[in-house]
Write a protein that binds this ligand. Structure first.
Ligand code: 26W
Length: 804
């Protein structure tokens, strides 16, 4: 087929003519990119259809990953790699005189996610397909993805991310598969032949139209589906209700109100805000997704509902899609006529739930009034779930009203989504070992006591196909040359590198690849920030959402400390370093935005001080996103994973850095702990309070940042530099940061400051020893296989979904 060069070239030119009526010379990069996209689409269509037919015929169990976020990034290169066509196509394009890398750059990132949770969903889809498992995604086709970040005078400014403006070659609109979703109205209860019927009236009905994106497995014949739903106005409502009354403008307003549901991704990360539109989004895609799953199920198994848990598994990505539980109950009872007990048995053997955060401010709870008004029938079901659950609790803990109250699904005027998830699913998992332990022993202790069998850990992973094979092709090639290519299918095979980590030649070659990746990064920084960074300096990187608990503040305070020390001692012997930051702040997260301004202000001060440019530079990368991460990870040498212990559920950036040979400086938090176990304590630099110590301080007090600040002159000096006019900003600019550090320091930045500075000094020392550093770096790569999402997905498949 198109796998060979000549037929590809011909097809490329023909498609260009057919789509745009242009010759190669006339075509724009955008058009050439579109042509490639179309060729991939057409080439895999058959496989896609076949995959679906095979599943239906063989009655394979299907998994559906429900998520409000899928942060796919670009698809072109990954699709080509997974198809095994990349080399041939690139060579053929070269022969045509087309620069593939320019076409790649044309593709906008599909940024339908905020951070870790959304990117995890995307990695999981890649692994599901690559393992040949029937696992599909279900989400929302947001017209606007996560905002584009611009820096204006060091401040974050948000711009809309209109990723669909040139269309999306990867999606197929399936109008024939549209379903209806109902909001509002009232529920009338009717008794008929001893059975209660619930009749939903006066509702507003909108249309959910699916757009399908094929998810192509790595060199196998599996093509799964990511189905994203778009909200549209039901024709009848739009045409008759208003037009006939001559209310044209009203009709248009109504259309916009409906389309608002799939208009924009909420940009909050780890902070819940009780917005009605967000609840609408949740029910919208949940209801559409469940209806489409059940339509498929009925086609294959008619009304044999008892088979549902055997044939379908639904994984809910955090509590955002947890309405699948009452929605499945509703359809089974109200539309299919099952009784409560049977419906409940089926539902609770079909749905499982992943928790991604223990930050209290991220816990979703909806005010009863809002919930009831928007979803009257669903509310009735939730109330019934709550009543039965509380009754069961009473059976186990008779008289313990307080415990029952704490565990209830509906209490204190709210519907508690995590409790609904715990009561209505058969498995609950955390995303790293320490995180699951914290859930069991603290956050969800009472639920764990009540249903210990539901709890399980599934440590996160990342797809090594995107994060190594695609992002770092030279390193991938080197690995294949020395250990063979088995690691591509079985990433744990990277272990074969272990006996070679001291090999001088290998070390040199790996270092030279790192150097080239750093040069590429330096060019990017020069083009985009106008800053000339030295590719020979150590690249120290912290890229992730900006959040107080992730402690970008600790990092920048240490940078300031280094600078102050240089001012004291201009000949200070430091390994030259470039500190690279990147990440978005939620638009309404005031403290996070201040931190961005602080980093940029420190960068301005330091970068403009010519005396020390040879040893210290700071850069904030604008608009951090998946495609930029693919440039950053291969160029990084130090990976900053410095969250307050106990706060970062897992982290997945830590894994991407490790796989590309960076050394982690980190706290004993999230998956850092497991990374440390995998590489050994000699190959990672840990520092700081443990989660237990942090917990102890929260519970018993005993930490005064004010006292610490006043008793450590080095600390005081750096903190004071925020407010004493040292920085090129208004004097009041950072007083909020200063106060939060000196008054409460909720995230123990000052407490961990000196241990962090020491850990950084250790990094400095290690880096001076070339062989030692390369050995550490190669060991990290060698041990990164278990952090492939293939391992994670095998665990979900075997232990939760019953697939293997
Ligand atoms: C409702 C507001 C809201 C929005 C997003 C609450 C919570 C979230 C996400 C759960 C935040 C998130 O992305 N969590 C991250 O999930 C990753 C994948 O499991 C983990 O690696 C990160 O540690 C965790 O912060």
């Amino acid at each position: 087929m198109l796998a060979d060069k000549e037929s590809f070239k011909q097809a490329f030119l023909e498609k260009l003519a057919a789509l745009f009526g242009k010759t190669l010379e006339e075509a724009t990069e955008q058009e050439k990119y579109q042509v490639l996209g179309h060729l991939v689409r057409e080439a895999i269509y058959q496989r896609w259809v076949e995959s679906k037919r095979r599943h239906a015929q063989q009655q394979t169990k299907q998994v559906y990953y429900f998520s409000l976020e899928f942060m796919l990034g670009r698809l072109l290169s990954n699709n080509l790699i997974n198809l095994g066509w990349q080399e041939n196509w690139q060579a053929a394009l070269q022969e045509l005189g087309v620069d593939y890398s320019l076409l790649e750059e044309v593709e906008p990132d599909a940024g339908l996610g905020n951070g870790g949770l959304g990117r995890l969903a995307a990695c999981f889809l890649d692994s599901l397909a690559s393992l040949g498992l029937a696992g599909h995604g279900c989400g929302i086709r947001y017209k606007y993805g996560l905002f584009e970040q611009k820096l204006v005078n060091g401040y974050q400014v948000e711009l809309p991310e209109n990723w669909l403006k040139e269309g999306n070659v990867w999606e197929t609109r399936r109008a024939d598969k549209a379903v209806k979703v109902r909001f509002g109205g009232q529920v009338r209860v009717e008794e008929k032949q001893g059975r209660l019927n619930f009749i939903h009236e006066n509702y507003e009905e909108i249309i959910a139209v699916p757009y399908d994106i094929p998810i192509i497995g790595y060199r196998n014949d599996c093509v799964n589906t990511l189905r994203l739903w778009s909200a549209e106005v039901a024709r009848t409502e739009f045409d008759f209700a208003c037009f006939s009354r001559g209310e044209y403008l009203k009709a248009v307003e109504y259309k916009y109100a409906v389309e608002a549901i799939s208009q924009v991704l909420y940009p909050d990360d780890n902070t819940y805000k009780g917005r009605e539109l967000r609840l609408k989004q949740q029910y919208f895609f949940v209801s559409a997704g469940i209806q489409s799953i059940l339509r498929y199920f009925k086609k294959c198994y008619a009304n044999q509902w008892h088979l549902l848990p055997e044939k379908i598994a639904i994984q809910v990505n955090d509590t955002h899609p947890v309405l699948v539980i009452p929605e499945l109950m509703r359809i089974l009872m109200d539309e299919e006529g099952l009784g409560w007990d049977e419906a409940w048995d089926i539902t609770t053997r079909t749905v499982s739930y992943t928790n991604h955060t223990i930050l209290a401010e991220a816990l979703e709870k909806w005010p009863i009034e809002l919930f009831k008004q928007l979803l009257p029938r669903i509310y009735m079901i939730v109330e019934e779930i709550n009543e039965r659950f509380c009754r069961a609790l009473w059976g186990r803990y008779p008289g313990d009203w307080e415990r029952i109250h704490r565990m209830a699904v509906v209490a204190d005027g709210y519907v508690k989504m995590a409790h609904l998830a715990l009561a209505g699913s058969y498995r609950v998992n955390g995303v790293a070992r320490i995180h699951t332990e914290i859930l069991k022993t603290r956050e969800m202790r009472e639920f764990y006591e009540y249903f210990p069998e539901k709890f399980t850990n599934k440590t996160n992973g990342i797809t090594h196909r995107r994060w190594l094979l695609k992002a770092n092709p030279q390193l991938a090639e080197l690995l294949t040359e020395v250990i063979g290519d088995s690691w591509i299918r079985e990433p744990e095979e990277l272990k074969r590198l272990l006996p070679l980590v001291d090999n001088r030649d290998l070390q040199e070659r790996a270092a030279s690849i790192k150097r080239q990746n750093k040069e590429r990064m330096a060019r990017f920084i020069y083009q985009h920030c106008g800053l000339k960074v030295d590719p020979a300096s150590l690249f120290d990187v912290q890229v992730k959402r900006i959040h107080a608990y992730k402690r970008q503040l600790l990092n920048i305070l240490h940078v300031l400390d280094l600078y102050l020390r240089l001012l004291d001692e201009p000949n200070l012997d430091l390994v030259p370093r470039t500190f690279i930051f990147g990440g978005k702040a939620a638009p309404s997260y005031y403290m996070a935005k201040s931190i961005i301004k602080l980093i940029n202000t420190v960068a301005e001060k330091i970068n403009n001080d010519r005396r020390f440019n040879d040893r210290l530079q700071v850069c904030f990368l604008e608009n951090y996103r998946v495609s930029l991460a693919e440039l950053v990870m291969p160029a990084a040498e130090v990976s900053e994973q410095i969250s307050t212990a106990g706060k970062e559920a897992s982290g997945t950036g830590n894994m991407k850095f490790m796989m590309n040979g960076a050394i982690t400086i980190g706290t004993r938090d999230g998956a850092n702990i497991e990374i440390g176990e995998a590489v050994g304590e000699d190959n990672i630099v840990f520092f700081g309070l443990t989660a237990d110590r942090v917990m102890h301080y929260y519970e018993h007090g005993g930490y005064s940042s004010w006292y610490l600040y006043n008793s450590l002159p080095r600390l005081k000096r750096v903190v004071d530099s925020l407010i004493n006019g040292f920085l090129p900003a208004a004097r009041e600019e950072f007083s909020n940061i200063y106060s939060s550090l000196t008054h409460s320091d909720e995230f123990f930045v000052l407490k961990d400051f000196l241990p962090y500075a020491e850990a950084q000094a250790k990094i400095d020392n290690l880096y001076r020893d070339f062989q030692r550093w390369q050995r550490m770096s190669l060991t990290n790569i060698a041990c990164s296989g278990r952090f492939s999402s293939d391992r994670t997905i095998r665990e979900y498949a075997g232990e939760i979904w019953g697939l293997l």
